[in-house]
Design a protein around this ligand. Sequence first.
Ligand SMILES: Cc1cc2nc3c(=O)[nH]c(=O)nc-3n(C[C@H](O)[C@H](O)[C@H](O)COP(=O)(O)OP(=O)(O)OC[C@H]3O[C@@H](n4cnc5c(N)ncnc54)[C@H](O)[C@@H]3O)c2cc1C
Length: 474
Amino acid sequence: MTCTDCEHHVTAALEQAGAEQFSADFRRGLARFTWPESAGEAALRAAVARAGYTPGRLRAESPGTAAALGGEADYDLLVLGAGSAAFAAAIRGRDAGYRVALAEAGTLGGTCVNVGCVPSKALLAAGAAYWAAGHPRFAGITTSAGPVDLAALVAQKDDLVDALRQEKYAGLVDAYGFDVLPGHAAFTGPDTVEVDGRAIRPGAVLIATGASPAAPPIPGLSGAGYLTSTTALDLKAVPRRLAVIGANAVGLELGQFFLHLGSAVIFVDVADRIAPFEEPEVSQALAGVLAGQGATIHAPAQVLAVERDGDMRRIRAAIGGAEIVIDADEVLVATGRAPNSAGLGLQAAGVATDGRGARTRRVRRPRGSALPDTPPAGPAGPQRPHRHRPRPGRRRPDRGTGRGGLPAAARRCRLVRAGPVPGRLRLPGLAPRLGPHRPQHGPSPGAPSRRPLTGPFRPARAGHGHGSRRPPAR
Ligand SMILES: Cc1cc2nc3c(=O)[nH]c(=O)nc-3n(C[C@H](O)[C@H](O)[C@H](O)COP(=O)(O)OP(=O)(O)OC[C@H]3O[C@@H](n4cnc5c(N)ncnc54)[C@H](O)[C@@H]3O)c2cc1C
């Protein structure tokens, strides 16, 4: 399904086949309905196929069994964090009939929309437009670039972030029917979590607390002061000289943004090339573009120390056997991110972590759990932050910054603890026909048996749509 018309076509087809009480959502490629078993699954499928759609898996939504904890859980699923991974999980949980809450210590939406993908790409686009205006490429076309008001640009970026946070995150909370609990969350025991002092007994917990910028232990760095990917997005003036330590995705894109606005940018990476986790040809092409636009690249170079000299920062770095000095007005450290796992009370939950706070051991699955025991979503899972000294020839999958289109965390949304799910649904418009209204132990004598079903439907018609299922909200 690709549009609201598709929703009508699918529900009309289902109605013809005897189904009732529909709701279809083309955005999720999902139709929900109750279905008299006498009608037969084959008839339903045939009707949907006749309408031009390919029916996916039909799934009965049963009311389920009691919560894993034995007593009444406050929520079936509590997600720690409210970023893209958390939202993907919450939506999935609601689809499965869970009562879901998200606990968020910071800003709804997490990294991607607030201080990651969205603001960085918005600024990158602005920087590219400015650069293009100042570097006309076509004969007979004269363009020029005026002064930059970075404060105004950052304010515009903030407006965009606010709008997308509302549209892609806040707006989904009521639409899907989950709760957001503001406050810092921490385990107080294997089965209990406290959110800002409020004790919660969840049936299952997903850790989706993301990661924060991390800096390597370079002598003098913290005293000299430095930018991170978060603070660099809020600068109000373009630095004359910007040194970027760490030339992987985040360092490169933010460095190029300032390069486009007129900064003299110097990239320093300990690896033997920029974008060290891409194919060598990609690194080479990127280096060619950046150098062509005036950037200086030192790779491999080992930063030895950073010191403050008035308003300026001075970096000492080793290249081969030689030592160089780089003077810069600002230093951006983009060497990776560390999991937000400190203060989560992971020990109380029985989760072991390594020295960086990443999970090292699987969590024991509660007895009788319907779902497999699995690691946390996102950067709290086992991962390595950007190595300051990469080993030659070794590649590692990026688990923190999610190269490859979707945030890595969103692609790896997994449940830590899970138990059987009670059959209560509070989705607007769906609750009356699901869960509590379904007989627990079979239909009453004489009543037609009806199974509430869900199933994804893909358009079968060639060229009809733009894809069947969207990735979860980011
Ligand atoms: C500059 C930059 C650009 C990027 N660009 C891209 C891109 O173009 N494409 C792409 O795919 N990815 C990109 N990424 C990566 C992407 O943003 C992340 O992979 C993704 O946002 C991680 O999502 P998450 O839900 O795992 O964590 P987050 O979005 O970080 O969410 C975790 C949330 O948990 C909250 N939290 C932490 N601890 C607690 C606690 N104890 N209690 C309650 N809440 C807590 C945090 O406040 C946060 O809101 C970029 C990242 C950066 C920094």
